[in-house]
Design a protein around this ligand. Sequence first.
Ligand SMILES: Nc1ncnc2c1ncn2[C@@H]1O[C@H](COP(=O)(O)OP(=O)(O)OP(=O)(O)O)[C@@H](O)[C@H]1O
Ligand SMILES: [Mg+2]
Length: 456
Amino acid sequence: MSSVITVVLIDSDPSVRALVRHTLQMQGGGSEFFTVIAETENPAYGYELIRQHCPQVVFMDVLDAKSFDILQRIGTYFKDVMVVASGDDLTLQTVMQCMQAGAREYLRRPLIADEITAALQRHRGSLGRSGADETGRLIAVFSNKGGLGKTTIAVNTAMALSEVIQSEAMGKPVALVDFNLQLGDITTFLDIQPKQTVVDVIKNLARVDEEYLRASLTPFNSGPVRLSVLADPTNMEEADDITPDQLATLVAMLKATFPYVVVDLGSTLDARTIAVLDQADTILLTSMMNLPCIRNTQRMLGLFNRLGYDKHKIRLIINRYVPSDEITLEDVEQTLKTDVFWQFPNNYFAVIASINRGLPLRTLDNGKDLYNSFIGLARQLAGISIQQSIASVTPQLNPAKKKNVSKDNAIPSGGFASSTSVLPKSSASHDQKNVSPPSLWGLLGQTLQRSITKSP
Ligand SMILES: Nc1ncnc2c1ncn2[C@@H]1O[C@H](COP(=O)(O)OP(=O)(O)OP(=O)(O)O)[C@@H](O)[C@H]1O
Ligand SMILES: [Mg+2]
């Protein structure tokens, strides 16, 4: 049986569009037929066409920062789409940047029909799927011990993510959800009075649509930060009737509505918590630098392993980090056989002032350093989806191990503790499935071949 593969062309040069169209027509005769459903010379309009038509393949020129920006958006929000990027230069740096942004193939201009055909051939097996994949990413903050800073981390990570993704999310707020169903603190941290809670939404689960869901969440704005907050139940006992299935459904709806959903959890590991953790793209497993905490974290890692969670889904976070000779980060990593993904410095006065006064850390003079560390983490989290495709096929390209301070992120304190920032996403296995391993190798081969041909 033959299948039709839909294509959108975004190219400033009409003759290139004509060449691609013609080459695609020539691909007939096999079991797949290509059809160009829309084309444009304007990258921003091209993005709209992709949203409207959800094509399986996009050909686009990447000749300037604007088109590169669009490529990144496509890579972030339409992970199933096979993007064939083309540009004027074939330096490894340009090629890598485009691949990291989401391109599966990179062709040097002027385009040659044979190379277009070869690029399509390399992805034949993976082209039959639907093009749209706009579900948001769920980041769950968890520790199996109370009081380690989960709520502090959830609230500030959500704020920082909201700042960091402003342009990519095109005005959509980040959802911050309190699934600490009996002892939630988010509304206290933010000093807000929610009209609705998670209980109200769950009661109406059967008729919840995107509009209803958005209206049920309480807005929280601070400077550039835009959050939509889903509050915990008003009364503790109301939480009793909530089932794991209901939570799982609610989580799926939240992911379909918001680009990022940050969830604060309690410390009890029960079926409801696991229902949420199962659907998380990233678990920020929070710990501290003392033996009881590390021992508990070890137990958690063991359980996650038994639950079959991919290790890249779990990001080990050290909160309230103070360098000490008694226990070092290396000791923790060796003991837990896990890299520390991020560490937050200890700043009790800023955090407690923020909580007690209901003011965001970002607005407090003595909270700025700590908040900058959250910005650094948010950049890493937002970057993972872009970087994972390349990392999953080129492990040797991972950056050298960094310790403590990332200059790029200008983090005055706290920050990277390891190289794990550029790793494939685990739970969203569809991402990995959609990466076609040969493409990068094919591309590097192409690059090498060209440079060999060029050399005297
Ligand atoms: N980076 C930090 N530096 C200093 N103090 C911190 C930091 N993070 C959190 N704290 C302090 O730790 C305490 C507990 O924080 P938080 O309420 O966020 O933890 P939690 O894990 O959500 O607790 P619970 O398990 O009760 O929900 C707070 O009083 C806060 O002031
Ligand atoms: Mg809490």
